[in-house]
Design a binder for this molecule. Structure first.
Ligand code: XIL
Length: 378
């Protein structure tokens, strides 16, 4: 109820601000205004995924936003196995090293994403030279080598790792990834065991999308309780938080925050973004794809005022929910810095113009966050 009232109250001023933002002429945020991390950083880490251009000096405007507003970063792509370990006997550390140095130099907490995942999986990882699935022993050894090497390199520099990503489907069943097909359910405890051995001080997380779904929620609660009962370290359950205008429902998302916290783990919102476009997919499986259709890319010239106002209202509602549960939530991370950077411009349909993040294409802060900063700063 409180949130609904808040939503209505901010609606009118937001609409006016949004109009200006659409015309790309909004006044720059005054530099003496506090950053997002300055206002909310004592409740949870406030993070963003960063891309290679922000780390290598190509996108300095994006890097400035990161330094000013965020106290946590995570690699959008460069630590995934296909990037960091492209061939069995070759690692590529360039981009990941840069990211970790950027964090160190700027006092920003670094999260590692991600160790074991079916998507963006190095092509050699689970197959032999003939392209057939490797044996269970071989896959165990490869997982161990990969995790020991990657986690070991950044020991003491990376606060925590997404150890296993997207292992469970919306109906609560196990995803039939190569890891599951070859090792069965045991691939998850094994991954946590190896990660802990590689850096006993690192926090370890399990991460997935559509975490509001009841069957998925229940499975993760059972899974994490089981990992803990085996004596394995699990510090947080990551709720990716890829959202749209009509999903998820706030209540279902809240139920999952509460259920995950009941395991004794922290909760993290690890990949927050909210599509403003027609919903084509309520999940976030990178491999899903919908062919381009012009009518499904309705706002190539900017968001209409009413859509922007509704988007801002929903983002406010969710951020207020995160604040309400800040005793359980240890990090809230956006999946990208500005709208132009977002993967949602190309997923699940390539070439749509999206508006899912806190900063617009000119790196101007969206109205909902300006309002929240005004409300909570002091
Ligand atoms: C996405 C990246 O943002 C894209 O640049 C890339 O092409 C595909 O992957 N869930 C995850 C993230 O855990 O790693 C994905 O990131 C988005 C869905």
């Amino acid at each position: 109820m409180t949130k609904r009232i808040l939503g209505n109250l901010v609606f009118a001023p937001l609409a006016a601000l949004t109009l200006t933002a659409c015309a790309s002429t909004s006044a720059p945020t005054a530099t003496d205004e506090p950053g997002i991390k300055d206002v909310f950083g004592d409740r949870f880490l406030v993070g963003t995924a960063v891309n290679v251009n922000q780390m290598n000096g190509t996108d300095t405007a994006g890097a400035d936003v990161v330094k000013r507003h965020f106290n946590a970063i995570v690699a959008e792509n460069c630590m995934k196995s296909e990037e960091i370990h492209p061939e069995k006997d070759r690692y590529n550390w360039t981009d990941a090293d840069r990211l970790v140095s950027f964090g160190e130099e700027n006092g920003i907490t670094v999260t590692g994403h991600c160790l074991i995942w079916h998507s963006q999986l190095a092509p050699w990882f689970a197959v032999d030279d003939a392209g057939n699935p490797v044996s269970a022993d071989t896959l165990r050894q490869r997982m161990k080598d990969h995790i020991y090497t990657v986690v070991g390199r950044y020991k003491g520099k990376i606060k925590g790792w997404d150890v296993v990503n997207e292992a469970i489907l919306e109906d609560g069943s196990y995803r039939h990834s190569p890891f599951y097909e070859i090792l069965g359910e045991e691939f998850i405890p094994l991954a946590f065991q190896y990660a802990h051995e590689a850096d006993p001080d690192a926090e370890l997380y399990i991460n997935d999308y559509a975490m509001n779904m009841p069957a998925k929620r229940d499975r993760y609660v059972a899974l994490v309780n089981d990992l803990k009962a085996r004596g394995l370290r699990v510090d947080a359950i990551g709720m990716q938080g890829h959202m749209g205008m009509d999903y998820p429902e706030l209540d279902e998302f809240e139920k999952s925050i509460e259920a995950f916290a009941s395991t004794g783990c922290d909760v993290m919102i690890t990949e927050w973004d909210m599509s403003a476009l027609p919903t084509l997919n309520r999940g976030a499986n990178v491999g899903d794809h919908v062919d381009y259709a012009k009518e499904l890319n309705p706002y190539p010239d900017g968001l209409p005022e009413d859509v922007a106002a509704e988007w801002n209202r929903r983002m406010t509602d969710f951020f207020e929910l995160f604040l309400k549960h800040s005793d359980k939530i240890s990090r809230v991370t956006l999946w990208g810095v500005s709208d132009g950077d977002s993967w949602k411009n190309d997923w699940p349909m390539k070439g749509r113009k999206e508006y899912p993040l806190i900063f617009d294409r000119n790196h101007e802060m969206k109205p909902f966050m300006q309002q929240l900063i005004e409300k909570y700063k002091s």
